[in-house]
Design a protein around this ligand. Structure first.
Ligand code: ZN
Length: 460
């Protein structure tokens, strides 16, 4: 399967109405389930009690759900290519030089970042990649008005991606893959790390003058403040926010302060692009390839128009690491009404958690703002950290809660977390900060099972 074929099929599906979507789901589901039962030792055992034969869409809820923890614990049995082992893939992602390289020249590997409690190793086969590109080609064209596209091209289409570095995150890996395939793009596509000190990031963006800017919602909040203060002086035509919930107020402020179009993405490392925006500005789920079941805390399906506590995802595209009724934890509202754009694909409104901006006293007076995704990445990427929370408990005081993995020593991990955080905070220009280890372990939100990673626990 090639991306062009997927794109053509996706275009026909979007223009074929609800019937066209419904016609594509059952054969894809049956093929995936049959493949998983035959080639994944985990699913063969997990579906022992499920009768053989094709699974209809109506029978999907009869398949037992799966969790990330359970799949990761049995990684080697879960994947359908025996060359892939948890040890081998972990070693591959441990080397930053592999970012943008394909494992065995065939598989694209993602690791999850800040929005999930425990990191996962996610492997995309050629088929999944074709679907990723095909859906994006077919359903992104026409979102921006043609006049705007011409202005973007007229101004050189310089593209800045402002995301976390240091891991095989979807945004990082895909950006680096494109540059490796087309080195000429390095001239007008640049990656900026949210982990850099803010003044440096601001100076680099001022110099580069992006026409297109992609970043996290929380980093966007910080950049809005910098532009308002006059330190940042950029004039993008389109800003795309993803990876975190974009609050309508932040979106509105970004529109006003930068005077540009602001689009939102809602994605999952497990299924990209899970949704894409339409010309009306709504997000549509790509349900011809990614089946989504919104559920409440007891696992019952939540009707359209109501907020879910979690989501079960079935990725119909990826055969190497089957995800069938996989608990995502995301809280969303699936639209009950058709979208004015005419797409038969359901709309979705993410209701995800939002991390908070932390402000610390600067060494030279004033305040330093820490981008939540940046400080979160510093802790998350420390070897041995399984789950964590960063709380600001005093104007110049942080408290860290974390769980270490079974093979790590708690005090060794803590020493390293403390060292990395101290270095990161100093590099941001903050004055002395007290960093303490909490007795308490990270607290998961009981409603949606998600961790809020960066919390401002003081009010000034
Ligand atoms: Zn729409």
């Amino acid at each position: 399967m090639k991306a062009f074929g997927v794109a053509w099929d996706a275009w026909r599906t979007t223009h074929g109405g609800a019937g066209a979507v419904a016609a594509r789901q059952p054969p894809r589901l049956q093929a995936l389930v049959a493949h998983a039962r035959t080639h994944s030792g985990f699913y063969a055992e997990h579906y022992r009690g499920v009768p053989d034969g094709p699974v209809s869409l109506a029978a999907l809820p009869s398949l037992p759900a799966v969790s990330k923890a359970e799949l990761m614990a049995r990684f080697d049995e879960w994947v359908t290519d025996p060359r892939l082992t948890r040890t081998g893939v972990s070693a591959f992602v441990a080397d930053p030089a592999n970012i943008g390289r394909d494992l065995f020249g065939e598989y694209v590997v993602f690791t999850t970042s800040g929005s999930t409690a425990e990191p996962a190793l996610l492997i995309q086969d050629r088929r999944a990649m074709a679907v990723m590109f095909g859906l994006t080609y077919a359903r992104s064209a026409g979102v921006l008005p043609p006049g705007l596209l011409l202005r973007v091209l007229g101004r050189g289409a310089r593209q800045a991606a402002v995301f976390a570095t240091g891991g095989h995150f979807v945004s990082t890996v895909m950006f680096e893959r494109r540059l490796r395939a087309h080195p000429v793009r390095r001239r007008y596509s640049r990656f900026f790390s949210v982990l850099d000190p803010l003044p440096e990031l601001v100076a680099n963006l001022n110099e580069f003058q992006p026409v297109l800017l992609g970043t996290y919602a929380s980093a966007l909040s910080v950049l809005i403040g910098e532009q308002e203060a006059g330190r940042l002086n950029i004039h993008p035509l389109v800003i795309s926010s993803g990876g975190e919930l974009l609050l309508p107020s932040v979106r509105q402020r970004a529109r006003e302060v930068f005077g540009c179009t602001v689009t939102e993405t809602y994605n999952a490392s497990e299924a990209t692009p899970l949704s894409l925006p339409c010309r009306v500005g709504n997000l549509h789920l790509n349900t011809d390839w990614y089946l989504v079941e919104p559920i409440d805390a007891s696992g019952e399906v939540v009707p359209a128009g109501q907020r879910s506590d979690s989501l079960l995802l079935t990725n119909l595209a990826n055969y190497v690491q089957p995800l069938i009724r996989y608990e995502m934890g995301d809280s969303v509202v699936i639209g009950a009404d058709p979208c004015p754009c005419g797409s038969p694909l359901p709309t979705v409104t993410p209701e995800g958690r939002t991390d908070e901006l932390l402000k610390l006293p600067a060494r030279e007076g004033g305040e330093v703002v820490l981008i939540p995704m940046a400080i979160a990445t510093v802790v998350e990427e420390t070897p041995g950290v399984l789950r964590y929370q960063i709380l600001q408990t005093a104007p110049a005081g942080l408290t860290i809660r974390f769980d270490e993995d079974a093979s790590s020593d708690r005090s060794t991990v803590w020493t390293e977390v403390n060292r990395r955080l101290t270095g990161f905070i100093a590099a941001q220009g903050a004055g002395p900060v007290t960093i303490e280890l909490a007795d308490q372990r990270p607290e998961v939100n009981s409603r949606n099972g998600k961790l809020r990673h960066v919390v401002r626990a003081i009010r000034r």
